[in-house]
Design a protein around this ligand. Structure first.
Ligand SMILES: *[C@@H]1O[C@H](CO)[C@@H](O)[C@H](O)[C@H]1NC(C)=O
Ligand SMILES: *[C@@H]1O[C@H](CO)[C@@H](O)[C@H](O)[C@H]1NC(C)=O
Ligand SMILES: *[C@@H]1O[C@H](CO)[C@@H](O)[C@H](O)[C@H]1NC(C)=O
Ligand SMILES: *[C@@H]1O[C@H](CO)[C@@H](O)[C@H](O)[C@H]1NC(C)=O
Length: 409
């Protein structure tokens, strides 16, 4: 049954009524996680508060002011957007959250209230992303600029300045084409865009594009950030190192202009924008589809999720950016469909949060130290949000972003 727009409004009202009762009971929230329902009828940001033991308390579905969308692939893949890394982004610095509306070509901005981080407050109205099928968004370090990746027929990037009263305002000279040969919605995952991210020093804006092997092997598109956040007219292209082919998610290596990219063709890739001789593809034994990753500040290691093998792979790069595999953790079975991942501290512990779209859960592991993690459990968001009136269809949600409460001492 198709929902008409008035039923969507009713769902939104019911959800907010539900939220206000939930909100009164909470105290001392140590952290929260966010991802999007990506429902083609009405996209919501789904939120959960995180207990000090890593347990999740699903709280609210906040309407994102637009629609989700599904990439063009049969059967439906685990990742409806052919990526999802960055479908939501959090600025810890500025207490902000940005979320894409892939079916409405718009980008929404919210304030995160540190006392009630599930209580997202919209700032302004969603803005046009300057292209089709927005699929990934990123903040700069200060949290005052946001850039979005469009992966459809009109592909490219655009950046916005954050105005905390009016919302997002397009920055001149940042709407830049990517010239992907794509449709709306795009086909993939091979040959589709993946993720947008700044280098650790905010000096360059980077987009990962997957190849479609054997015909093509993917690349990073790199724009220089020039004055006032404007982008260079054209991007330069960094080819995927030999052996890799589908750079999916990118995690920055702090203090460098390098990235670790999950790559289902091999395991992962290392890209150094300053020294291409360090670029390399690194094999991960037994991997089937390493596609998402996040860096653990506690260990400095990267954790990559593999839905095809139901594994979490812990990998590291040394001071010369040489990559290695540290540990592999079995994480349920392949029906759960692990996708986006983020890592953050809650209280004294650090946790890995993995979106599992197949069984509509979020799986949580605790990072105890290098090479050592403990499974915390799987928390069902589908069952919970269905009770609020949303219909959470498996293999639709995308994104994962953590917000951590500032340490209280
Ligand atoms: C673009 O994609 C279409 C459909 O997949 C394909 O037929 C065509 O050859 C592609 N064009 C280029 C220039 O790659
Ligand atoms: C950028 O690309 C356009 C065509 O795509 C070209 O005409 C122009 O010369 C390029 N500019 C620079 C600075 O390379
Ligand atoms: C796979 O995991 C799901 C969800 O955790 C569970 O319901 C199912 O029984 C498992 N299937 C197998 C074959 O173990
Ligand atoms: C939630 O509702 C959707 C849509 O009706 C359904 O596909 C899904 O199986 C439900 N999830 C659970 C966990 O019951």
């Amino acid at each position: 049954m198709k929902l008409c727009s008035s039923s969507i409004a009713l769902v939104a009202i019911l959800t907010s009524l539900y939220r206000s009762t939930a909100a009164t009971t909470q105290t001392n929230v140590g952290g929260a996680i966010y991802f999007i329902s990506n429902d083609p009828e009405a996209n919501h940001v789904l939120t959960a508060e995180v207990g000090s033991d890593g347990s999740l308390d699903f709280q609210r579905a906040v309407y994102a002011g637009g629609k989700g969308a599904l990439g063009n692939a049969t059967p439906r893949p685990a990742d409806a957007l052919f990526s999802g890394k960055g479908a939501v982004a959090v600025s810890q610095e500025a207490n902000l959250l940005a979320a894409v509306n892939p079916g409405s070509n718009s980008l929404a901005l919210f304030h995160i209230d540190p006392a009630r981080p599930s209580d997202l407050v919209p700032i302004g109205h969603p803005v046009w992303t300057g292209g089709d099928f927005p699929m990934s968004v990123t903040f700069n370090k200060k949290g005052n600029h946001v850039c979005v990746l469009n992966g459809g027929a009109v592909s490219g990037v655009e950046c916005f300045r954050v105005n905390r009263v009016w919302g997002l305002q397009a920055i001149p000279d940042t709407r830049r084409p990517l010239h992907l040969n794509q449709t709306t919605p795009p086909s993939g995952p091979p040959g589709s865009a993946s993720q947008i991210i700044f280098t650790d020093d905010d000096s360059q804006l980077v987009v990962a594009v997957k190849g479609a092997p054997p015909a093509s092997t993917g690349y990073l598109a790199v724009w220089d950030v020039v004055h006032n956040g404007a982008l260079s007219a054209n991007f330069s292209t960094v080819p995927t190192p030999q052996g890799g082919a589908l750079p999916f998610s990118l995690s920055a290596v702090p203090g460098t202009r390098a990235f670790v990219a999950a790559d289902p063709n091999v395991g992962f890739d290392v890209f150094d924008l300053d020294d291409a001789s360090k670029n390399a593809a690194v094999a991960v034994q037994g991997q089937a589809a390493n596609c998402w990753g996040a860096r653990s500040p506690k260990t400095g290691h990267f954790f990559l999720t593999d839905p095809g093998a139901a594994m979490v792979n812990e990998v590291a790069v040394d001071g010369n950016l040489k990559g290695s595999v540290v540990a592999q953790y079995s994480q349920g079975n392949t029906t759960t469909a692990l996708v986006d991942v983020d890592i953050g501290a809650v209280g004294d512990n650090e946790f890995i949060f993995i979106l599992a779209t197949g069984d509509t859960t979020v799986q949580v592991r605790r990072v105890d130290g290098p090479g050592s993690t403990t499974n915390v459990g799987a928390f069902g968001y589908g069952a919970f949000y269905n009770t609020t009136g949303l219909g959470i269809v498996p293999r639709t949600a995308q994104g994962m972003a953590v917000w951590s409460a500032p340490a209280s001492h």
